[in-house]
Design a protein around this ligand. Structure first.
Ligand SMILES: NC(=O)c1ccc[n+]([C@@H]2O[C@H](COP(=O)([O-])OP(=O)(O)OC[C@H]3O[C@@H](n4cnc5c(N)ncnc54)[C@H](OP(=O)(O)O)[C@@H]3O)[C@@H](O)[C@H]2O)c1
Length: 350
């Protein structure tokens, strides 16, 4: 390994920011040199500004870092952003304009037609869109985003089915964990003994639009969205980490139950070939037990980077149904962004 890339984390004190800190500590390709957050935290050391909410102690190496405003210049080679959507657009574009690669978790740029909405196992060819950012950001900066935390597992599970049999339509019902709402998130009196059938921030629309962009084709640095309808309903449930999705899928070509199971279980892609540091050996694990996957038991599969799929059954309205589950702040956020950065290095974009 020639050198480590120096990274800045925007929104470093939040739920996703803390995952970035945890996952980047000891990473062979990255070292954290800068942390940034709101004016509530700026001017303090990270150890004072951040109440650590993950298991284990806050990594010692970040405690003394001063929290900076999220504005260029910062002392780093690239930034990971986990800023709230409302401020991400202006902030992330100012970093790209100042020459920084921006690898973002926020929704601000996901649907822009020159921005890759990247899942390395599914659509690494969409990095062709970066060509179109060169004129916008002549200083060498660019923006790559990762999808919404539920979309990642839904698109990962649909990808091998779409490739093998063609997806014609899908209906998705999510059960989403509390950590997906950031801190302090949903009030305890609203969620204890309860399920909330609404997630703010246009969650259902994000699932319906992002999924077909990700599974679309990239031709001449343009994405042609996958030609199928996605219908989504989202629920917040009383689970700490781990989003679940009940999925029904209509296929264009006939497939047996065994064909569907095999397509999911045998799915491997470029990150596995390249042996990227954060890539799980098995991106999709199929569980055959009748009561899996479950958040408590399966969210940490593949160090939180594997999507677990179970309950694969013929469906009496569509062709097949299944349940998918993944860790929302790892595969659904910080881990996904770090895998994106590892792919960008491997393909010489960084
Ligand atoms: N949680 C998930 O599972 C998940 C998954 C995928 C994507 N995301 C996306 O990731 C982003 C962060 O989510 P989160 O769950 O980590 O939220 P969070 O816990 O509320 O953290 C927000 C972070 O942004 C900072 N911040 C807030 N307002 C700011 C401002 N005006 N200027 C500068 N910094 C500001 C906060 O700093 P202070 O501590 O100083 O206030 C904190 O570091 C959001 O865009 C979210 O949609 C979250």
């Amino acid at each position: 390994m020639s050198r480590k890339y120096r990274v800045g984390i925007l929104g470093a004190t939040g739920m996703v920011g803390q995952r970035f800190i945890q996952l980047l500590t000891g990473h062979p390709q990255f070292e954290i040199t800068t942390v940034a957050a709101s004016d509530r935290s700026q001017g303090k050391n990270y150890g004072e500004a951040c109440t650590w909410r993950l298991s284990g102690d806050m990594p010692a190496a970040v405690r003394a870092l001063p929290v900076q405003p999220p504005a260029p210049p910062l002392d780093c080679d690239l930034v990971f952003s986990s800023l709230p959507g409302e401020i991400a657009r202006e902030t992330e574009s100012s970093f790209a304009a100042a020459g920084y690669p921006v690898i973002s978790n926020s929704s601000a740029f996901r649907m822009d037609d020159d921005v890759p909405l990247l899942i390395p196992e599914v659509n690494h060819t969409h990095l062709g869109l970066l060509e179109r950012q060169k004129s916008k950001y002549p200083g060498g900066g660019f923006i790559v985003t990762d999808p919404n935390c539920s979309v990642i597992m839904i698109a990962m599970a649909l990808a091998p089915l779409h490739a093998a049999f063609g997806v014609e339509a899908t209906i998705v019902t999510t059960l989403q964990a509390l950590s997906g709402a950031g801190y302090p998130g949903v009030a305890s009196l609203d969620i204890l003994d309860n399920v909330l059938p609404y997630i703010s921030g246009a969650e259902e629309e994000k699932i319906e639009t992002e999924t077909t962009k990700i599974l679309g084709r990239c031709n001449d640095a343009r994405i042609e969205a996958a030609p199928f309808a996605v219908s989504a309903q989202c629920h917040r449930v009383n689970v700490m980490d781990g989003h679940m999705a009940a999925v029904r899928v209509k296929l264009a070509r006939k497939a047996t139950l065994g064909d569907v199971r095999d397509a999911l279980a045998s799915f491997r892609s470029l990150p596995q070939e390249l042996r990227l540091h954060s890539a799980p050996a098995t991106p999709i694990v199929v569980r055959d037990e009748e009561d899996r996957p479950q958040p408590k038991l399966d969210r940490d599969a593949g160090n939180g980077m594997t999507v677990s799929v179970g309950r694969i059954k013929p469906d009496s309205v569509f062709d097949y149904r299944f349940v998918a589950l993944s860790h929302n702040t790892i595969r659904g956020a910080a881990g996904a962004a770090i895998l994106n950065a590892e792919l960008l290095i491997a393909l010489n974009h960084l």
